[in-house]
Design a protein around this ligand. Structure first.
Ligand SMILES: [Zn+2]
Length: 365
């Protein structure tokens, strides 16, 4: 994610060697959350956003825990009697004894031949390391590895068994879903992260439809669709509204070219990408279907916003043309990056969106 790769990367080098002061943490956090929600109300709990993608989150980093995890990288060499780097001797002097009470491998520093500090007045950076070691909660030998990633996942809350949004969707469709599969498929595949955000919001049930806003703000605002006057729930805005169904009919003809057996675009397929045929044989077809569905969800939402806020709802034909233009643009971009067999296997699968023969790309839209 942009926040994690660009925004905070400069910070992490510093965080390995110095303590993160509270004001830095506050400022970095504010910047991250403002960026994520565009400075508006946060609609999904921070702890949920911090979870990895495959567990319903956005992998938003917790700066304080990340800086602690980075410092924990120091600990294994301190407990490694063969490590003779200079800094390790300092670290053993300050925290070797305390560590030896928490980690079996560190027992050798208890020897009288190893100089050690035995008071409580350690430099703060070492105190931070010790606190983090305690928070890990188990002997380091019991961890699968000593990577920052492993430390970080032990320092941050584990994913909850079940999120409220999962209950709501299951009640809504009166069936259960494989949520690992849903969360695992939201990001990645052929869609950009930007294109996938809408699927994440829908799965969390936090798209600002009128019904959502009304339940959320409890204000006397209308909860009816600006296009047709029915209750504007998420299902309505993206599937049921008679203004969107012709767009799905068009998408459906495209998607049906990707499979031998007919695919009926149900609401769970559209909203949660659940219900496409399972199995390796369908991998490329399903990837393209998910891509098309997410692209369409974005365009439908953009059209809905134009209609709701500016009374300029685009026609079905305009929406379809925009989707086609986006598909073309994405194919050309993908082709530009790589036009080897990978491109032809995914984007040119069954020659539905494009064909690729003798190094010639033909877009079939
Ligand atoms: Zn409507």
């Amino acid at each position: 994610m942009i926040i994690n790769t660009l925004g905070a990367s400069g910070l992490w080098y510093t965080a390995t060697v110095v303590n993160m002061p509270d004001w830095v943490h506050t400022r970095v956090s504010k910047a991250i959350w403002d960026f994520l929600w565009n400075g508006k109300t946060e609609l999904v709990k921070r702890d949920t956003c911090r979870l990895p993608w495959q567990h319903s989150g956005l992998s938003v980093v917790h700066p304080l825990e990340k800086s602690r995890a980075l410092k924990l990288r120091w600990v294994p060499p301190v407990g490694d009697s063969t490590c003779e780097k200079k800094w390790v001797y300092f670290a053993r002097y300050w925290i070797g004894f305390s560590l030896s009470c928490r980690m079996k491998g560190c027992a050798f520093v208890r020897s009288n031949e190893v100089p050690k500090h035995l008071g409580d007045d350690k430099p703060p950076i070492y105190q931070v390391v010790l606190t983090a070691v305690d928070r890990i909660g188990v002997d380091f030998d019991l961890l699968s590895d000593h990577s920052v990633k492993t430390f970080y996942s032990r320092l941050t809350p584990p994913p909850p068994q079940r999120l409220p949004c999962a209950f709501r969707w299951e009640r809504r469709f009166d069936r259960s879903f494989n949520w690992d599969n849903i969360w695992g498929n939201i990001y990645g595949g052929l869609s950009t992260n930007w294109e996938s955000d809408i699927a994440w919001r829908i799965a969390h049930g936090v798209v600002k439809t009128r019904a959502y806003l009304k339940s959320w703000r409890r204000l006397a605002v209308s909860d009816l669709c600006a296009g047709c006057g029915e209750l504007e729930s998420i299902s309505h805005a993206f599937c049921a509204c008679h203004l969107v169904s012709p767009v799905w009919s068009w998408v459906s003809t495209l998607i049906n070219k990707l499979y031998d057996n007919p695919i009926f675009l149900t609401n769970p397929i559209i909203l949660l990408q659940q219900g496409l045929p399972q199995g390796k044989n369908f991998h490329f077809s399903n990837e393209l279907s998910s891509f098309l569905i997410k692209l369409t969800l974005n365009e439908l939402w953009a059209a809905r916003n134009l209609g709701t806020f500016e009374s300029k709802r685009p026609s079905v034909q305009t929406i379809i043309s925009k989707i086609k233009a986006r598909i073309r643009h994405r194919i050309l971009a993908a082709h530009h990056i790589s036009h080897g067999p990978d491109f032809s296997k995914s984007w040119a699968h069954r020659n539905v969106l494009c064909s690729y023969h003798n190094n010639t790309l033909t877009i079939n839209l």
